[in-house]
Design a protein around this ligand. Structure first.
Ligand SMILES: [Zn+2]
Length: 255
């Protein structure tokens, strides 16, 4: 019984390790995408800022050209004011002068506003460029470590699977069959240590009579509540294997 129980406990440890590995490998791409998301957001922000600056510069060049044209028209208009032949013509030339003046003012106002805007945009550019470069470097490191973690999990899983095959060959068919059925019905957790009179997986108490049987350790016993195969980790037969305070054969997710 000692060998069977030790093998079953080891099998549970391997199965939990394999499940952890598969979970880690499955979450890898998601973690990578999340890390990439932060970088993408900064890159987009930087592109938007550069586009705004470029748009601002383009509009300022347009305004400067338009202002030059208006200034030329104003000079021509001033000459025409002097050469006006009658009152009607003079009034028309003056009206045109007013229009040119108000158009020039509008362009000067817009130019001033755009210069202020450009100043603010240019101020925030170096900080954003620095933050984006830092995030790109962090992403590179982060993605390398995620990929490394995934690769090491895959390696660990492969080793655990090989060890599992070796271990299952040492187990009698009935014990292995029982483990498989309970594991299948109990979300992969077939084994449950009993400590302080409680099944450590479902947290319900084990009757004293059953605990006495558990201490004899001469047959496989089940938790009356969750039906998992129970064992007493403090049993002298099992103790050398079970000295760690946190029992790694129990995953917290199970109840
Ligand atoms: Zn239980």
């Amino acid at each position: 019984m000692k060998a069977i129980l030790l093998a079953l406990i080891a099998l549970q440890r391997l199965d939990n390790q394999i499940a952890d590995c598969r979970r880690a490998v499955a979450h890898g791409p998601e973690k990578l995408a999340q890390a990439r998301l932060r970088l993408t957001a900064l890159e987009e922000e930087l592109t938007t800022l550069k586009d705004q600056l470029e748009g601002n510069r383009r509009r300022r060049r347009e305004l400067e050209t338009e202002s030059d044209d208006l200034a030329n028209r104003r000079t021509i208009n001033q000459t025409r004011q002097l050469k006006a032949k009658n009152n009607d013509e003079y009034r028309a030339v003056l009206k045109e002068a007013d229009t040119i003046a108000s158009q020039l003012t509008a362009r000067e106002d817009e130019l001033l506003r755009l210069m202020e805007e450009a100043e603010k945009l240019e101020e925030s550019l170096p900080g954003l460029e620095k933050a984006t470069a830092a995030e790109a470097a962090a992403f590179k490191t982060n993605s390398k470590s995620i990929e490394k973690e995934m690769a090491s999990c895959q390696k660990l899983e492969k080793e655990a699977l090989a060890e599992r095959v070796r271990l299952t060959e040492t187990l009698p068919a009935d014990a292995l069959g029982r483990y498989r059925i309970v594991a299948k019905n109990r979300d992969g957790q077939a084994m449950a240590p009993v400590s302080g009179g409680l099944c450590q997986v479902c947290r319900l108490s084990v009757p004293p009579q059953l605990f006495n049987e558990l201490q004899r350790n001469d047959k496989l016993l089940s938790c009356p509540n969750c039906a998992r195969i129970i064992y007493w980790p403090d049993h002298p037969d099992l103790r050398p294997e079970e000295e760690t305070p946190d029992d790694p054969t129990v995953t917290k997710a199970h109840g």
